[in-house]
Design a protein around this ligand. Structure first.
Ligand code: FAD
Length: 469
């Protein structure tokens, strides 16, 4: 009996998995392989490895204990496994990230030398990065035209989970125990949990999503990001289920959500779809500009002066700046490995424009702590706020942490949840507790900076950088 290898990476699921279906179509046994790659494990704190191992355990259970886990450099390990089982083909979903591409090319090279084949089918995106181009044939750098092209391109319908597969079993190094997480609470891992959360969201918070997604104190968004990160669910499945939930007549695949009798729900679904498209956009931008993972995408602020991260930056990392919405976000990040998009933007603005620290430092801390930490979405999300990335968010838009708090957390529900000292502070002062007659409550710090002064400083630095161009 021949054996095909299906090497999973960011696609830890059996449903709607084109690479797995391609391996099954080879006709023999299928060995499902995961490689614990030290290069990818090194930069992360404990949260992502823990979530990954839990996803792997769930997958292994679904495979009846046949998931083959090996440890080491994939460029060596994958060809060795292919040799071991004498596989003609190793199937995988294409990885368009800078490291992933290099790694897969190295594996491809060795497999070929052995007379074997690396078969790339699908990607972790509805539309593979690099597929869409502007009318001028260049990669997109602005979201709205990308979104139009992405919608017009469309995507195929999800594929059913293959049945009757003969899973091969080979020795496995085993899935490591979870690293010590302390008090961090993670969402349930794996494909079943992802589909369950998708269903809950589509029949719950989706209604009202367009208006309420920025309210951090309530359960208003999908929280699918960790599942999308590890491919416990494919965005195609999300898009198909979304279309179905918003308009049961729209069928399964379709490009979109039609307005009409679903009224407001169609607007919510459209908004949600456009958010999923940001993930696709940033992956596309990273594929076209691999260096933007570590450096400014544009040189518009090349001469900007920044501060080295110091004490104030440390206080930001641990949620001790004295600005409630900023601290609540960082405490949620430390407790759950996740935070809502609005708060991520507030954090990025605070680091870049109140502390004048280059975005790479904040982005690195996020990647250390986020369960959904994703190079493309994170680093371009930071750059969007920093004014060095796509769409050139105007640098002079400086978030005021007090007015952001008042607008999006008017009752202080969110900040009170994460900062116990603020629980008794009246609504009017909960976002600026230093205005209480006796100053901030015991155990909560005064503001680490004067926001109005730092805003002026940020704008002055910006003007100086512009005049030097
Ligand atoms: P929902 O609102 O339910 O959106 C659904 C999905 O759409 C998300 O799961 C995500 O895949 C995608 N999405 C939504 N908003 C964005 C966005 N602005 N950019 C890219 N994709 C988006 N997202 C990550 O997945 N990983 C990261 O490391 C990450 N870092 C970020 C850093 C900063 C500074 C900012 C501003 C944003 C970052 N985002 C990141 C994007 C976004 O904040 C999260 O995807 C979102 O908050 C996840 O929550 P959700 O699944 O409930 O989102």
């Amino acid at each position: 009996m021949t054996v095909s290898v299906c090497w999973l990476r960011r696609d830890l699921r059996l449903g709607d998995n084109p690479a797995l279906c391609a391996a099954v179509r080879d006709g023999g046994e299928v060995l499902v392989l995961f490689v614990l790659d030290d290069t990818l494990r090194r930069p992360a704190g404990p949260v992502r490895p823990a979530f990954l191992y839990r996803c792997l355990r769930e997958l292994d259970e679904r495979l009846g204990g046949r998931l083959c886990v090996r440890t080491g450099d994939p460029a060596r390990v994958v060809p060795a496994v292919a040799r071991e089982v004498d596989a003609h083909r190793v199937h995988l979903a294409a990885d368009h990230g800078p490291y992933g591409r290099r790694r897969d090319d190295a594996v491809d090279h060795t497999l070929r030398a052995d007379g074997r084949e690396l078969a790339r089918t699908g990607s972790p995106y509805a539309v593979a990065p690099g597929r869409l181009r502007t009318a001028g044939g260049t990669p997109f750098r602005v979201y709205t035209p990308f979104y139009r092209a992405w919608t017009a391109h469309g995507w195929r319908a999800p594929m059913a989970e293959p049945t009757g597969v003969r899973w091969a079993r080979r020795p496995s190094d085993g899935i490591p125990d979870d690293p010590d997480l302390g008090d961090v609470r993670l969402p349930p891992a794996g494909e079943a949990a992802a589909l369950e959360r998708l269903g809950e969201f589509l029949h719950g918070p989706l209604r009202g999503y367009a208006k309420r997604r920025d309210i951090p104190g309530e359960d208003t968004t999908s929280r699918l990001s960790p599942y999308l990160k590890y491919g416990c669910v494919h965005p195609r499945t999300v898009l198909a289920e979304l279309a179905r939930a918003a308009d049961p007549d729209s069928g399964h695949s379709g490009r979109g959500v039609h307005s009409g009798h679903s009224g407001g729900l169609a607007v919510d679904a459209e908004k949600f779809r456009s958010e999923l498209a940001w993930r696709e956009f940033y992956a596309d931008v990273l594929a076209a500009n691999p260096a933007s993972a570590r450096e400014d995408l544009t040189d518009s602020l090349a001469t900007m002066s920044y501060e080295a991260p110091g004490d104030a930056f440390d206080r930001w990392r641990w949620g001790e700046t004295g600005f409630p919405i900023v601290d609540a976000g960082m405490r949620q990040l430390l407790a759950e490995g996740w935070l809502p998009n609005r708060v991520r933007m507030i954090e990025a603005s605070f680091v870049c424009k109140d502390l004048h620290v280059h975005w790479t430092h904040g982005a690195r801390w996020f990647l250390d702590r986020l369960v959904d930490g994703d190079l493309a979405s994170n680093n371009h999300g930071w750059q969007w706020t920093a004014g060095t990335g796509t769409d050139a968010a105007p640098y002079f838009r400086v978030f005021n942490p007090v007015s952001q708090g008042r607008s999006y957390d008017p009752d202080g529900t969110y900040v009170r949840r994460w900062i116990p000292q603020l629980r008794e502070v009246p609504r009017a002062m909960v976002h600026e507790p230093w205005t209480l007659p006796d100053g901030p409550p015991d155990g909560y710090p005064p503001p680490v900076v004067d926001h109005a002064a730092e805003r002026r400083e940020a704008l002055a630095r910006y003007e100086a950088a512009r005049s030097r161009r």
